[in-house]
Design a protein around this ligand. Structure first.
Ligand SMILES: [Zn+2]
Length: 110
């Protein structure tokens, strides 16, 4: 088996996270500044923030189970380390090409 680096996947992954985090941060700030008044805007932003956090987790799970082999295009649904602890690499093995793709991504540390 060969090991190859495929950092484009990791870079795309992190880039996709950026606007998401900015929106979440904005919602948090709105909720925070309206926290004393507890007006409509407070509840809306709080609701969207919580929904965004849950949605983000689901989206994250979806993305890590939809890896396309950059060589043959095969869809790989499970990373090499399926049950990851903090710091474990999120790499994918393609049985067709016999290559383990190293994305450079790691499971977040708790
Ligand atoms: Zn392949």
């Amino acid at each position: 088996m060969e090991k190859r680096r495929y950092t484009a996947f990791g870079r795309k992954y992190l880039l996709q996270n950026m606007p998401f985090f900015i929106v979440l941060a904005l919602l948090f700030v709105i909720a925070w500044t309206h926290g004393e008044k507890q007006d409509v805007l407070f509840w809306i932003s709080l609701f969207l923030f919580v929904a965004g956090c849950i949605g983000g987790l689901v989206w994250d799970k979806k993305r890590t189970t939809r890896f396309k082999c950059p060589q043959c295009g095969k869809l790989i649904r499970t990373p090499v380390v399926a049950e990851r602890k903090g710091g474990d690499p999120i790499d994918y093995y393609c049985p067709t090409c016999d290559i383990q793709w190293q994305t450079g991504l790691r499971e977040a540390e708790d």
